[in-house]
Design a protein around this ligand. Structure first.
Ligand SMILES: *Cc1c(COP(=O)(O)O)cnc(C)c1O
Length: 384
């Protein structure tokens, strides 16, 4: 009999989601927009301590709208963290603009403020400052936002904070997503909470979010007939899905607690190997930083782990029907962005070479952890 699949990060529904969805059906609000969307936006504002939120069809569409609202056009440049999911960078290309990829620092694995400053200085000297900077909170770990915002302000470049993986994360209790001109959230099926598919754009700027809503609903002018003075998009969230989102937000704290507990559990487990001469590394929280621990990841350098590689772990886990995944492949290594400019320091290359994301769902069971640890025990025993 084949073993059931252990997923990297699967949806985890609470108790009220179905009730909200039923309410949408009972009141025939099966439309894009509706009362659940309004309530979900309000709840997102409260959660992220921001004044305005627009619920959208995806995190990708939120980044796209942020770029449009910042006036990003063909030929412009946008600075973007290199190690991220491709959706951080794709909307730059939608606008015909040019991404410039910036490497990471080793503390948080996110965009390196020193490299960012060097890149901005060079851009300023050639009179080609970027239209925006996109830092990412990888796997839920906050990027060094205070440093990034202060550098961005120095050069007058707005920040779009890609918090798609970081709902519930914060720096000194200030939520991720609330630092930049815009914050981007995702409720895709694998994220810490989900609406099956969805996203949001958040900001302190009322006018910008109003414009985002306008563009996201096909940019209709105020007229009884269909009239358009702008190119519009169909990017709004459906009222049915916002119902799921309302229920999911109610259990966000539980989901964060469960994922943080997973992280502790893995660290505890690996400590026995590290005490025996291995050197398995984790993404560590700098002081004052709070990660939702969306995914727990390890870095396994074979040179300091008796020849053990992340690939050996990944393949052995796969044999046991346990899903793991290499850390996100940096954008500067992606074939589709091979002609893009980048500022590199070797950090993200090394992370990609040796890093592995482990099963991290908030619904992982004790039995599933036992299967994971049994499998790891066997792999490590080959290297002692
Ligand atoms: C998931 C994700 C996105 C895109 O969100 P979607 O809702 O899937 O479009 C963007 N950036 C990062 C870093 C992500 O992980």
């Amino acid at each position: 009999m084949s073993k059931s699949k252990i997923w990297l990060s699967s949806p985890h529904i609470g108790t009220n989601e179905l009730q909200y969805v039923n309410e949408a059906f009972a009141t025939n609000w099966i439309a894009p927009l509706g009362p659940h969307v309004n309530a979900f936006e309000q709840a997102l504002q409260d959660q992220t301590q921001t004044k305005h939120a627009a619920a959208l069809s995806s995190g990708t569409s939120a980044i796209h709208l942020a770029l449009i609202l910042l006036g990003v056009k063909a030929g412009d440049t946008v600075f973007c963290q290199s190690i991220t999911f491709s959706a951080s960078a794709n909307p730059i290309a939608y606008q015909g603009a040019l991404p410039v990829f910036i490497d990471s620092e080793i503390d948080t694995w996110n965009i390196d403020p020193i490299l960012l400053k060097a890149a901005l200085e060079e851009a300023k000297r050639s009179d080609k400052l970027p239209k925006a900077i996109i830092p990412v909170h990888l796997y839920g770990m906050p990027a060094k936002m205070n440093e990034i915002i202060s550098i961005a302000n120095e050069y007058g470049v707005p920040v779009i904070e890609d918090a798609a993986e970081a709902l519930g994360s914060s720096i000194e209790n200030k939520p991720c997503g609330s630092f930049g001109e815009f914050g981007v959230l995702s409720f895709n099926g694998n994220k810490i909470i989900t609406t099956s598919g969805g996203g949001a754009l958040i900001s302190e700027n009322a006018e910008m979010i109003e414009k985002a809503r306008f563009l996201a609903t096909q940019a209709r002018d105020a007229a009884p007939h269909y009239q358009h003075s702008h190119i519009g998009y169909n990017y709004r969230m459906s009222n049915v899905l916002a119902g799921i989102g309302r229920g999911q937000l109610e259990v966000l704290d539980d989901r964060v607690a469960a994922r943080r507990k997973n992280n502790e559990r893995y660290k505890q487990y690996f400590s026995k190997f590290n005490n025996a001469g291995f050197d398995i590394q984790f993404q560590e929280e700098p002081e004052g930083y709070y990660s939702n621990r969306w995914l727990t990841c390890i870095v396994v350098d074979p040179a300091t782990n008796n020849g053990l590689t992340r690939e050996e772990i990944r393949l052995a886990m796969d044999e046991e029907n346990i899903e793991t995944r290499p850390l996100w492949k940096p954008m500067h290594q992606q074939p589709v962005f091979s002609s893009s400019k980048s500022y590199l320091n070797g950090v993200s290359d090394k992370l990609f070479e040796n890093g592995l994301c482990l099963p991290s769902g908030s619904n992982l069971t004790a039995e599933e952890f036992e299967r994971i640890f049994n499998c790891l025990d066997k792999i490590f025993s080959n290297h002692i």
